[in-house]
Design a protein around this ligand. Structure first.
Ligand code: SAJ
Length: 428
């Protein structure tokens, strides 16, 4: 099929780069978002999300006239659904955005067209929920129109490159649907395109992120063991990783972001009786913010300071290094726990503006965040923090206690520089 016009529903971290990339490859694209402020921001030349290179790409797409943005879909040859699938308070997939986007396509659906779901979804969503909604048109999925699932697999911070270079999985509800999906994505994808069925493609996505979650959990558990045994987990991991078949990930303050801390729950929800390991890994990673709070508490106690009367300077609030995203961020969870325990918290994250909540201020200047505190805690490996030196920090704060949850500081240098540094996973 020749794709002349496509409609991308959802203009977030995935939908906007995808719509813009199709447009810069010469396809007419209508980018749809139900959030009016997103549409207005884009129409006024602004951008509601931060991702390296995205501003240039979106400007080129809009400037060429190939990308238009709108609050409602239009007839098109293909529709791509890239809306969020958050989870509810009881950790079940909230498919309302997927349902609403699918229903929005319904009035325009015609014979021969292609619909692709990209949103992370529990196994069976495409062949079940999405197909059922679209078949209200009187057309049969697979026979009269094409329906496929193709997960996004791009890493925040590297989205534009990975969108094009990563291998792409396309699962059709019939083989012809996957083939039509391949024809669409090969417009810009340079990586391999792998065809399969829709439910396998949904499972691939969930397995990838769950695999990473479980591997981070074992690294976190190793850090607790190293602490108990009085050894250095970072050195231990480095040596273990010299084994040709071992690749242990990094312990840290926990797992954040909208993907890895969420997606494993979709498998737990679908099969609670078969997911013992996955549930245990989630529990380990979710406990990690409390582990850091306790590390802070012990460090303060050695100096006779209680957590409830302490002042803590927090460096880093995002869910990982060098991005502006605070969704499910363990650093935010740690700040909240410290606050609840009575500590006074001041923060500095150079990548974000306001602190996403009340009570705590994100200071533009590192010096302002640490000026009057008893202890400084490093929660994210942001590049600017790597160039911190003891002499500079000494001038900014009276604090001489540091908790390093991400192994960013060289302990020898900082100890010589007059600081007491306690690192995660390093028994004292
Ligand atoms: N983390 C650790 N230790 C590590 C690696 C990560 O504690 O060794 C933490 C990070 O600090 C962060 C969280 O895990 O809080 C997740 O970060 P990440 O870089 O592992 O992953 P995301 O969520 O930014 O992106 C993931 C990617 N999936 C995989 O690597 C399998 C990406 O390819 C997916 O497209 C994305 O999820 C998604 O949208 O699903």
């Amino acid at each position: 099929m020749q794709f002349k016009k496509i409609c991308v529903l959802g203009l977030g971290y995935i939908g906007l780069p995808t719509a813009s990339t199709f447009a810069t490859h010469g396809i007419e694209v209508v980018g749809v978002d139900v959030n009016r402020s997103v549409i207005e921001t884009l129409r006024n030349g602004g951008l509601h999300i931060h991702e390296p290179g995205l501003r240039t790409l979106v400007s080129a797409a809009l400037g060429s006239g190939k990308l238009r943005v709108s609050e409602t879909p239009e007839p098109a040859d293909a529709y791509i659904i890239a809306v969020p699938t958050p989870f509810t308070a009881d950790k079940r997939a909230d498919l309302n955005y997927v349902r609403n986007a699918t229903e929005a396509i319904l009035p325009f659906l015609s014979r021969g067209e292609l619909i692709v779901l990209e949103s992370t979804s529990p196994p069976g969503t495409t062949a079940g929920i999405v197909a059922q909604i679209l078949e209200r048109s009187g057309l049969k999925a697979g026979d009269d129109f094409h329906l496929a699932y193709s997960p996004e697999r791009v890493l925040p911070g590297q989205i534009l490159r990975e969108l094009i270079d990563n291998a792409r999985v396309i699962g059709g509800i019939q083989p012809c649907c996957a083939e039509m999906g391949r024809d669409l994505y090969k417009i810009f994808v340079r990586g391999d395109i792998i065809l399969t069925d829709a439910t396998t493609a949904e499972m691939v996505k969930l397995m990838e992120n769950t695999y990473r979650d479980v591997n981070i959990a074992i690294a976190n558990e190793f850090s607790r063991l190293a602490d108990r045994f009085g050894i250095d987990v970072w050195e231990t991991i480095q040596i273990a990783n010299r084994h040709p078949r071992v690749d242990i990930l990094r312990p840290g303050p926990g797992v954040g972001g909208h993907c890895i801390s969420v997606d494993p729950w979709f498998l737990v929800e679908a099969a609670p009786d078969l997911t013992t390991l996955i549930q245990a890994a989630r529990k380990v990673n979710d406990q990690q913010p409390q582990v850091i709070v306790e590390l802070i508490q012990i460090t303060l106690k050695e100096k006779g300071i209680t957590l409830s009367e302490s002042k803590i300077g927090v460096l880093g609030l995002t869910y990982k290094a060098d991005i502006d995203d605070t969704r499910e961020s363990p650093a935010i969870e740690i700040c909240a726990r410290l606050s609840r325990a009575g500590a006074s918290v001041t923060a500095h994250d150079p990548y974000i503006g306001e602190y996403p909540g009340e009570d705590i201020t994100n200071h533009r200047n590192l010096a302002d965040a640490v000026a009057d505190c008893d202890l400084v805690v490093l929660l994210v490996q942001h590049t600017p923090f790597k160039s911190l030196v003891p002499d500079d920090l000494k001038k900014m704060t009276r604090a001489r206690l540091i908790v390093d949850a991400v192994n960013i500081l060289d302990p020898g240098t900082w100890q010589q520089g007059g600081f007491q540094v306690r690192r995660l996973g390093v028994g004292n």
